[in-house]
Write a protein that binds this ligand. Structure first.
Ligand SMILES: Cc1ncc(COP(=O)(O)O)c(C=O)c1O
Length: 453
């Protein structure tokens, strides 16, 4: 690696930088006084972003957002991957407003509930029935409950490589942030590694006749997951466990009909959310009739209190979901996500090549859902270098905790991002050569799941 000239940089956030984000800084202080963590979602917390860039978003349009201080950014991973058509997509917004004007919540089911269910089931071929809810966690937790009721078993097996399946105790009890969760609950969740069907078999052997459900995302990377998923399905059937695919991310990214369609493996239950309504709050539990009907009014079995919430079927959110699914079907959104992701990946890889940073900066994932790994000079995963990269991108108007694109990321936005990545990687390389302390303004970002602040 040839050494680049390294201009000196101050360690503390400069006065110019503080001034750049003056309103955001003030807002941040007030938010922490009234909201634990200053945000309603940990993944959006201050500890996830560089200290010198306390972004508070005022509004969004397409693939861009504006912070409270009036700066514009091209944003990635929008709404934690929920906004796949772009912020404030006019057609989705229009149907939501129209639905709102006709009333949002009634004493009996709204007509849109059936329309949304039929549209959804028209896409997810392996599912006979669907129940909508608000958050992904509602759906995955309901899947676990249904599996427990159907099997009469208590334990649930979750994939250890999948970072987030629910905010509820059965999953959070497996993370370092497990305060407030009794051991009795934690002991009911067991874990297996992704991609190793034999390890799952060992788990079944260790807990014979005890595992109600096997819960995993069908895939996270670019590999052909079919053979593994078929193997998992076979073992679940042999051991009488319910197979649950969490398609919260894959559902409306890998394939319009879900990763289950792409890989030809139909789970017993599957869960969806995020992109389903382009950021409106709609999630779904879908699956086999004999299982789902236990939560209905036409069952001979003992009833399961499956999903029932005051706001579970808000008309505008379901209208947004119907319109989002219509746009996906008519405009091949999934193909756009893959195409624009590939353009971004190729551009970033050229920058990595030009700077010889293959060992330190790596783009991974499927083109519709790219993330990056940051490593230090010794090749170790580094939160400090991640922070530096985010910090430098922000200075060039890019907000990219990941490289997850939406259909609103046009060529111009992608090319502008690639250029900014090139500039950020130049600083990255200098920091590798002469020490990151000279370049990083403030503390590094931290993982969401940890015991202490
Ligand atoms: C794979 C997966 N499952 C479940 C969830 C939980 O969804 P929610 O945050 O909507 O409750 C998430 C959220 O990030 C997720 O990525």
């Amino acid at each position: 690696m040839t050494t680049l000239a390294a201009p000196a940089r101050s360690v503390a956030p400069s006065a110019t930088k503080t001034a750049r984000y003056a309103r955001s800084f003030a807002h941040q202080q007030r938010a922490h006084r009234v909201i634990p963590g200053g945000a309603h979602t940990y993944a959006k917390g201050d500890d996830q972003m560089p200290e010198a860039a306390p972004l508070v978003i005022a509004r969004g349009q397409g693939c861009r957002v504006w912070d409270l201080d009036g700066h514009a950014y091209i944003e990635y991973g929008m709404g934690l991957r929920a906004v796949t058509l772009g912020h404030a997509e006019p057609r989705v917004t229009a149907v939501a407003v129209q639905a709102m004007q006709g009333g949002t919540n009634f004493t009996r089911p709204a007509a849109i509930e059936l329309e949304a269910a039929e549209r959804f089931l028209g896409l997810i071929e392996g599912a006979d029935m669907v129940k909508f809810c608000k958050d992904g966690s509602n759906a995955t937790t309901a899947a676990v409950k249904l599996a427990r009721a159907a099997t009469g078993r208590a334990k649930v097996a979750v994939c250890a490589h999948h970072p987030f399946l629910s905010q509820d105790d059965w999953f959070i009890g497996t993370t370092p942030t497990d305060a407030g969760i009794p051991d009795a609950i934690k002991d009911l969740t067991v874990r297996f590694p992704y991609g190793d069907a034999v390890a799952l078999e060992v788990l079944f052997a260790l807990h014979p006749g005890e595992i109600a459900a096997v819960v995993l995302e069908p895939v996270r990377g670019a590999e052909d997951a079919g053979p593994y998923l078929r193997d998992v399905q076979r073992r679940c059937r042999e051991h009488g466990a319910v197979l649950v695919f969490d398609e919260m991310i894959t559902g409306f990214r890998w394939d319009l009909r879900g990763a289950q369609h792409l890989y030809g493996v139909t789970p017993d239950l599957s869960t969806f959310g995020k992109a389903l309504a382009n950021g409106f709050s709609v999630s779904a539990l879908a699956g086999r009739r004999d299982l789902m009907e236990r939560g209905g009014l036409r069952t001979e079995q003992e009833r399961v209190f499956l999903l029932s919430a005051t706001h579970g079927a808000e008309t505008h959110a379901l209208a947004a979901a119907v319109e989002t699914m219509r746009i996906y079907e008519t405009e091949d959104v999934v193909e756009t996500l893959h195409r624009q992701g590939a353009r971004l990946r190729e551009g970033v890889e050229q920058q990595i090549d030009a700077l010889g940073l293959h060992e330190q900066f790596v783009v991974v994932g499927r083109d519709c859902n790219l993330v990056f790994a940051t490593r230090d000079a010794e090749g170790q995963a580094s939160q400090a270098f991640r922070t530096l990269f985010l910090q430098e991108l922000l200075l060039h108007g890019i907000l990219a905790p990941s490289f997850v694109v939406s259909a609103a990321h046009d060529n111009e936005a992608i090319d502008q991002t690639v250029e900014a990545v090139g500039k950020a990687l130049v600083v990255y390389r200098r920091a590798l050569e002469s020490g990151i302390e000279r370049f990083l303004h403030g503390r590094p970002v931290k993982p969401v799941f940890r015991k202490h602040c």
